[in-house]
Design a protein. Structure first.
Length: 142
């Protein structure tokens, strides 16, 4: 049950959407300082977007604590519960975490992943990111 993490992701996505809405309305803008993207705004949409991103990031940061407390509250202290856990652990399937990412150092991309599919998804995400930055540069927003 990852409600806290999923809520954090949704808040971050809505915050990013509000920042872009602020830029397209003319209330804000974006720039790149050295290698860091900077968004600024003079309106309510930019401020609300920044707050949503902040709270979403904070919620994702504390979500393991919230999830561990909810798991701890649902456990009981009787011996039958521990026996049930031992039998369930024998039948469980071990899952391996999958990951992928892209690091852009100037124009040089470094793509990595735990398998080919994850590396492919990271490359597609990087291409979308580069194309969106190029689109903003051509439109004059950056």
């Amino acid at each position: 049950m990852k409600i806290a993490r999923n809520t954090g992701v949704v808040l971050i996505l809505f915050g990013i959407a509000l920042l872009f809405w602020s830029i397209f309305n003319g209330d804000g803008g974006a720039a790149i300082i050295i290698i860091f993207p900077v968004f600024y705004s003079h309106g309510i949409y930019g401020a609300l977007g920044a707050l949503l991103i902040f709270f979403g990031t904070f919620l994702m940061f504390i979500s393991p604590l919230i999830d561990s407390v909810s798991v701890y509250e649902n456990t009981s202290v009787n011996s039958n519960h521990y026996e049930k856990l031992e039998t369930e652990n024998e039948n469980t399937v071990e899952r391996k975490a999958k990951y992928g990412g892209i690091i852009l150092i100037g124009p040089i991309p470094i793509i990595f992943g735990s398998d080919k599919n994850q590396a492919k998804y990271a490359a597609i995400g990087g291409i979308i990111l580069i194309l969106s930055v190029m689109l903003f540069l051509m439109m004059g927003y950056l």
